[in-house]
Design a protein around this ligand. Structure first.
Ligand SMILES: C[S@@+](CC[C@H](N)C(=O)[O-])C[C@H]1O[C@@H](n2cnc3c(N)ncnc32)[C@H](O)[C@@H]1O
Length: 216
């Protein structure tokens, strides 16, 4: 089963596959149960300062793992913007939220260089297991800055394979990972101040250390 999941899911695995949209909601639930054992959602919620009424963006939402969890935290007075560039995946997220009775999610079909979040309305944005896939990080980060309220927070969650530490950015990206140093450099260029680097944050599917960078 683990092999199957590794082959099917693209998230936080060494075997980076595109995420299929023709997957059952039961399979998504099974994967997320396993993810819940490893990931520390309460830590992310605390880092992002999420509370009832918060407005949060999930850039590259995939199957909506974070969007579903954050929707519960921000509650009916809050809002989650679940963004994807892959329309069938976004439809899958809509389907899952409907099945789960989640009503406080907005679905955004973005482009590779602009998530399309509304300007100046977000308290926080998460970019998890997506940053290493972004081809134009400067444009995406500029769009995220525009979307955040003053003082709003950005959390980048990604991973670096232990053997990849000395490789160039492009070599790392080709191998579907990226070092936190490159991310921090690009955040700084986009006008973000790094507040915290937590490395490791949690183990990925196959034990690859995941880190997070919190910025304002
Ligand atoms: C490995 S999945 C991670 C999904 C989700 N964030 C999670 O942690 O479960 C990466 C997702 O990022 C999306 N993606 C890739 N480039 C993107 C971009 N420039 N903007 C938004 N999403 C992007 C892909 O379509 C894919 O669904």
């Amino acid at each position: 089963m683990r092999w199957l999941l590794l082959a099917v899911f693209g998230c936080a695995t060494a075997i980076a596959q595109p995420m299929p949209s023709n997957i059952s909601l039961a399979a998504i639930r099974t994967d997320e149960k396993e993810r819940d054992q490893r990931e520390k959602i309460p830590d992310l919620v605390k880092a992002l300062g999420l509370k009832p009424g918060s407005v949060v963006g999930d850039l590259g939402t995939g199957y909506g793992y974070y969007a579903a969890r954050f929707a519960k935290i921000v509650g009916p007075k809050g809002r989650v913007y679940a963004e994807e560039i892959d329309r069938p995946l976004l439809d899958k997220v809509r389907q899952r939220m409907k099945a789960e009775g989640v009503g406080n999610v907005e679905y955004l079909l973005g482009t590779p260089d602009d998530p399309g979040f509304p300007s100046g309305q977000l308290d926080a944005v998460i970019i998890s297991d997506v940053y290493h896939e972004i081809e134009h990080p400067a444009s995406v980060l500029a769009a995220v800055r525009r979307a955040l309220k003053p003082g709003g927070l950005l959390l980048v969650v990604d991973y670096l394979k232990p053997e990849a530490g000395t490789k160039s950015r492009s070599e790392q990206v080709k191998d579907h990972n990226i070092g936190p140093g490159f991310v921090e450099e690009e955040l700084a260029k986009a006008g973000f101040a790094v507040l915290e680097r937590r490395a490791p944050y949690c183990p990925g599917y196959d034990g690859i250390p995941t880190y997070y960078i919190l910025a304002r």
